[in-house]
Ligand binder design. Structure first.
Ligand SMILES: Nc1ncnc2c1ncn2[C@@H]1O[C@H](COP(=O)(O)OP(=O)(O)OP(=O)(O)O)[C@@H](O)[C@H]1O
Length: 235
């Protein structure tokens, strides 16, 4: 589904991503684990057209993404839940959700089906449908941000540290929702520092350190790896 080949990304003269190659298959949940500043957000920004690669390829369903604008990339089926929630706090839950479909003609024709899907996964959003987004708790706002991304009808949902700032019980609840979303047929790319919970969601993962992939494996092998256990799980 998504193939990234020999990607190099720079901010000015400072190189942040080095010769990165990775892939995501249909119906797969893939983790990108790494500490603060490893380059996860930068990598994601390049996929959704916010940063132009220095060199390398970004291929989605056989076609290059390079040169396309973010809204065009969303239309192709990639939806991002950014680290900053980017909700409209003075708009209701319903208005925020509907805006998620705004850029995508296919999704605009499926608003009520997609709303039903989002409410099935996050029933709390249905209960709070007329509430202003900014008055909801952090966890509920995170659910709304994911719901909004789902309203664009994505084939691939990219999440940039969805656990950030949430209490542990909410992280567990939220990540169970990600498993449900994956079961519905949406592929997932999960960038996370919370490896312990992230491992419960993914099929396969990459470890990104200082802009380079230092490990790539299926979830069981990652969970059993001494490097992961020592550096990320505190074992
Ligand atoms: N706009 C920018 N200009 C210059 N350097 C940047 C910019 N954004 C990020 N960086 C640098 O690029 C590196 C990677 O940052 P990035 O945000 O991609 O990491 P990350 O793994 O997503 O970490 P975090 O979880 O903190 O977002 C860091 O050294 C950071 O300081």
């Amino acid at each position: 589904m998504l193939e990234i080949k020999n990607l190099n990304l720079k901010y000015g003269r400072i190189q942040v991503i080095w010769d990165l190659t990775m892939s995501i298959y249909n119906n797969e949940a893939v983790g990108i684990f790494g500490p603060n500043g490893a380059g996860k957000t930068t990598l994601i920004s390049s996929i959704v057209g916010l940063i132009k690669p220095e060199t390398g390829e970004l291929i989605f369903e056989g076609n290059s993404l390079i040169g396309f604008k973010t809204h065009e990339i969303i239309r192709k089926g990639i939806s991002l839940v950014p680290q900053e929630r980017e909700l409209f706090p003075f708009m209701t839950v319903e208005e925020n959700l509907k805006l998620g479909a705004a850029y995508v003609p296919n999704a605009r024709n499926r608003i009520s089906e997609n709303l039903d899907f989002v409410f099935e996964i996050f029933p709390i959003l249905k209960e709070r449908i007329h509430q202003l987004a900014g008055t909801m708790s952090g966890g509920q706002q995170r659910m709304l941000a994911i719901g909004r991304a789902l309203m664009a009808n994505p084939k691939l949902l990219i999440l940039d540290e969805p656990s950030l700032g949430l209490q542990p019980s909410l992280v567990i609840e939220l990540f169970q929702k990600l498993v449900e979303i994956k079961k519905s047929g949406v592929s997932i790319m999960l960038a996370e520092q919370n490896v312990k919970q992230g491992l419960k969601v993914i099929d396969r993962g990459y470890v990104l350190e200082n802009g380079k992939i230092v490990m790539e494996d299926v979830v069981q092998n990652l969970a059993n790896s001494p490097h992961i256990q020592k550096s990320y799980l505190g074992v």
